[in-house]
Design a protein around this ligand. Structure first.
Ligand code: SF4
Ligand code: SF4
Ligand code: SF4
Length: 300
């Protein structure tokens, strides 16, 4: 690591790149670890506890984005701590103007509402983009369904699982349950038939999960891509770039194009969402979508 730690003058920008964050007690640092999608193994947790006791003051902080930080590490112990953590496959997080740790919910692996498997996607995103430079900080999350537990709408890139439902008449017992449970009133009963109002549908799968006779079934299942969400000083809820995209390769291509677009057009210290507001949402959407085969993308 670069940085003149011995003399007490720190190269803080370089240190931020490898997850070493200076505390207000200037000779002490927080070590930010990289738990991709919030996943760690039991032996890694034990090692984190050991290192916190050996090099810190025993305190461990869990961040709002599933990160784990070991606090109060004296600057001369940073490299030793990092090395020992590395022996257990524990990598460092990042800070500053670059891609941060990917956050994820458990997804379809264990959650009854999950429409997508979240672990493989978050690992893919981490491997491809983590630590790469962007105009400002850049955060990504993968959330298994529109319940949005991993807050896709608060991230620069938010991948959300979802379905597009379809009604089949033959099995329906006309109980009206789907109308009552739909959170957006997207289902209407018209002359004995149940009609989906697609623009109102948020792809949540409550109807397909609730219908007692499987009259509502997923016609499409896949990923909904959100761009430009952020919290912080000037919060902005992410914009939906697509409807349900069934093909993962198309999703990956769109994420690539979105990040590329931000790198080319974002100003220094301008978040992705604020760049979108400056340029105009419709223009940004069009320009990103023009880079892919839009015929593959379901807009619903
Ligand atoms: S977002 Fe959906 S899939 Fe993920 S934990 Fe929440 S309810 Fe489950
Ligand atoms: S919940 Fe199922 S069975 Fe009941 S009205 Fe809706 S589609 Fe028909
Ligand atoms: S998927 Fe959700 S929003 Fe869409 S119709 Fe079904 S319950 Fe309503």
């Amino acid at each position: 690591m670069k940085g003149k730690m011995e003399s007490g003058v720190f190269d803080l920008a370089e240190m931020k790149k490898v997850g070493m964050i200076q505390q207000k007690q200037k000779e002490y640092f927080a070590l930010r670890l990289r738990a991709v999608g919030g996943n760690l193994k039991p032996d890694q947790f034990r090692k984190i506890a050991d290192i916190a006791e050996k090099y810190g003051d025993g305190s461990i902080h869990i961040t709002t984005r599933q990160g784990i930080e070991i606090h109060n590490v004296f600057h001369t112990d940073l490299e030793k701590a990092r090395e020992e953590l590395g022996e257990y496959g524990l990598k460092m997080g990042a800070c500053g103007p670059r891609v941060r740790i990917v956050v994820a919910c458990p997804g379809s692996a264990t959650c009854r509402w999950g429409s997508i498997e979240t672990k493989a996607i978050s690992n893919y995103l981490d491997k491809k983009y983590f630590g790469t430079d962007t105009p400002h900080k850049f955060k990504m999350s993968v959330t298994g369904c529109p319940h949005n537990c991993a807050k896709a709408s608060e991230n620069d890139i938010g991948v959300m699982g979802g379905i597009l439902p379809k009604w089949t008449e033959d099995k329906c017992i006309d109980c009206n349950l789907c109308v009552n449970v739909c959170p957006t009133d997207a289902i209407e009963r018209v002359e004995g038939k149940y009609i989906l109002n697609i623009p109102k549908c948020i792809n949540c799968s409550i109807c397909t999960s609730s219908c007692p006779v499987d009259s509502w079934v997923p016609e499409k299942k896949g990923y909904i891509l959100h761009i430009g969400g952020t919290m912080g000083k000037i919060p902005r809820i992410a914009s939906r770039l697509t409807g349900v995209v069934e093909d993962i390769e198309t999703l990956k291509e769109l994420i690539d194009l979105s990040i590329e677009y931000y790198r080319e057009n974002g100003r220094k210290k301008e978040r992705f969402g604020h760049m979108i507001d400056r340029i105009g949402l419709e223009t940004v959407k069009k320009e990103i979508m023009n880079g892919t085969e839009t015929s593959k993308i379901n807009k619903s």
